[in-house]
Design a protein around this ligand. Structure first.
Ligand SMILES: NC(=O)c1ccc[n+]([C@@H]2O[C@H](COP(=O)([O-])OP(=O)(O)OC[C@H]3O[C@@H](n4cnc5c(N)ncnc54)[C@H](O)[C@@H]3O)[C@@H](O)[C@H]2O)c1
Length: 429
C-alpha cells in the first residue's frame, strides 16, 4: 500500500518505518528542512533502540521517504496517518492546533479515495472535526473517510510494540476504511478491536489513565508501607500476583512522567469537566504523583538536613530507561526543588543529556557515572537504566564523600547496600 505519515516523532517515525519494513511504500512529511535532510541521510531526531538501522535499511530499499511536500504523496496515498504532537495547554486540554493544521493541508491535496487515520492521542470528537475540516478544504471530486487508530507503543521498546501490540484499535464509521486499515495491519500480530470513532478515541485516554492509576496506587501503598513498617515492594508483589490485578505498573518510584501519562490524565480530567463530570479519582492520581516527586526531596532532606554546600548526584534524567525523552520527567521537578534549596547538583544520563540541557539549567552535567558521583554527599537514582544497575557500588562508595543513596526506582538490593556501608532509602521499603 501507499501510505503517508504526518509527523516523525516517537510515534510517526517508528510506525512509518515498521509499515515500510512490512513492504509498504511510505512517505513521511515533515515541516523542518534540517530534520528532513537528516532523515534522508538516515540520521534520526530521537533515540529509540534499533530504529536507526531499520530506517536506514528502508531508505536503501526505497520503501521509506522523507519530504516537506504534500503533493503528490497525499494524492497517491491509500492511507494518510496523522501522528503529530498533541501537547497539553496550560489548562490541561490537549492542544490540537497541529492536528487541524495538517488536516487542512491534507484536505487540499486529496484526490481519488483516501483514508485519513489519526494516530495522535486526541479527545473524543476530534476526528469528527478533522472530517469537517477536510470536507471544507478538499477538491470536489476527492473522496475520503476518517478513522481513529490510536497508538500504544512504549518508548524504548517501540519497534517490538508496533510489531506485537496487545491490541489494534480501529475506530471508523466506514466499512471501506475499516477494511483497508485491517488489511494494512494484517501482518502485525495483534487483537483487533473494530469500533466507532468516539470509542477508539476514548480507549486511548482510558488506557493511559488506568496505567497512571496503577502507578499512583502503587506509590500510595508504598508511602503507607514506609509509615507502617511494611515492605511495600513485597506488598505490591503480593497484590500484583492476583491475575485480576496483574503485576505490571505496580512498582513504586519517583512517579510517572513522559510525554503521555501526565498529559493524557490531564486531558481526560479536562474532557470530563467539559461534560460536567468531575473526575476526582484522576485528580487524586495527579496529586499522589506530585507527592512521589516531592517525597524524593523530603528523603534527601531527612538524610542531609540542609542542602547548603552539599553536592547531590543524580543518575538518570530521562523519564524512563531506553529513551532520550525528557518531557515531564520527574528529574526536572526534583532537580529544581534541590536547586531551590541551594544544593549543588551534578547529573548524568546515558541518552537524555542533550534534551536535558535544553530544559534544566544551573547544574553540572557530567560525562559519566564516575564524574557524577565524585565527592557527592548523596546519590539519587531517578531512571532505571541497566548501566546504573550494573555499576560497581564499592567504587561508587570510594568516590563519594558520604555513602548515602536514594534509590528512586528501587533498582538496588537494599540489604546488600546496607552491608556495604551505604545508608539506603528506596521507595516503599
Ligand atoms: N511518545 C509516545 O510514547 C506515544 C505513544 C502513543 C501515543 N502517542 C501520541 O502520539 C502523538 C505524537 O507523539 P510523539 O511522542 O510522537 O510526539 P513527538 O513530539 O515526538 O512528534 C511529533 C511530530 O510532529 C511533527 N510536527 C509538528 N508539526 C508538524 C507539522 N506542521 N507538519 C508535520 N509534522 C509536524 C514534529 O516535527 C514531530 O516529528 C501524540 O498525540 C502522543 O500523545 C505518543
Amino acid at each position: 500500500m501507499k501510505i503517508t505519515f504526518l509527523g516523525h516523532g516517537y510515534v510517526g517515525l517508528v510506525t512509518a518505518t515498521v509499515f515500510a519494513d512490512l513492504g509498504n511504500t511510505v512517505h513521511v512529511i515533515g515541516h523542518t528542512k534540517d530534520k528532513i535532510d537528516n532523515l534522508n541521510k538516515g540520521i534520526i531526531p530521537i533515540y529509540e533502540p534499533g530504529l536507526s538501522e531499520v530506517v536506514q535499511r528502508n531508505i536503501k530499499s526505497k520503501r521509506l521517504f522523507f519530504t516537506l511536500d504534500y503533493s503528490p504523496y497525499i494524492q497517491e496515498s491509500d492511507i494518510v496517518f496523522i501522528a503529530v504532537g498533541t501537547p497539553p495547554k496550560k489548562n490541561g486540554e490537549a492542544d490540537l492546533t497541529t492536528v487541524f493544521e495538517v488536516a487542512e493541508k491534507i484536505g487540499k491535496n486529496l484526490s481519488g479515495f483516501t483514508v485519513v487515520a489519526t494516530k495522535s492521542t486526541v479527545p473524543v470528537g476530534t476526528n469528527k472535526k478533522v472530517k469537517e475540516i477536510i470536507s471544507k478544504t478538499k477538491p470536489e471530486k476527492a473522496e475520503f473517510e476518517v478513522a481513529s487508530v490510536p497508538e500504544f507503543l512504549r518508548e524504548g521498546s517501540a519497534i517490538g510494540d508496533t510489531l506485537n501490540p496487545d491490541r489494534i484499535i480501529i475506530g471508523t464509521e466506514s466499512k471501506k476504511a475499516e477494511a483497508l486499515l485491517v488489511e494494512l495491519h494484517k501482518p502485525i500480530d495483534g487483537h483487533f478491536v473494530l469500533t466507532n470513532l468516539e470509542t477508539a478515541e476514548m480507549i486511548k485516554y482510558a488506557s493511559n489513565s488506568f496505567l497512571a492509576v496503577k502507578i499512583s496506587f502503587a506509590n500510595a501503598i508504598a508511602k503507607l508501607s514506609e509509615l507502617t513498617g511494611a515492605d511495600g515492594i513485597k506488598v505490591l508483589e503480593g497484590v500484583g500476583l492476583d491475575k485480576r490485578v496483574g503485576k505490571e505498573f505496580l512498582q513504586p518510584g519517583a512517579g510517572y512522567g513522559g510525554s503521555c501519562f501526565p498529559k493524557d490524565v490531564k486531558a481526560l480530567i479536562s474532557i470530563a469537566k467539559g461534560y460536567g463530570y468531575k473526575f476526582a479519582l484522576l485528580e487524586e492520581v495527579e496529586a499522589i504523583n506530585r507527592n512521589s516527586r516531592n517525597d524524593i526531596v523530603r528523603k534527601a532532606e531527612k538524610l542531609l538536613g540542609t542542602f547548603k554546600n552539599k553536592k547531590i548526584s543524580v543518575l538518570g534524567l530521562a523519564f524512563k530507561s531506553n529513551t532520550d525523552d525528557m518531557r515531564d520527567a520527574p528529574s526536572i521537578d526534583i532537580i529544581n526543588m534541590l536547586k531551590e534549596k541551594k544544593a549543588f547538583v551534578q547529573a548524568y544520563d546515558p541518552q537524555a543529556m542533550n534534551n536535558a540541557k535544553k530544559i534544566i539549567s544551573g547544574i553540572e552535567f557530567c560525562e559519566d557515572i564516575h564524574h557524577t558521583v565524585q565527592d557527592a554527599n548523596l546519590l539519587i537514582v531517578l531512571t532505571e537504566w541497566n548501566e546504573f544497575k550494573e555499576i560497581d557500588l564499592r567504587e561508587v562508595k570510594k568516590l563519594m564523600k558520604t555513602p548515602l543513596i536514594i534509590d528512586g526506582r528501587n533498582i538496588y538490593d537494599s540489604e546488600k547496600l546496607k552491608k556495604m556501608g551505604f545508608t539506603y532509602l528506596g521507595v516503599g521499603r
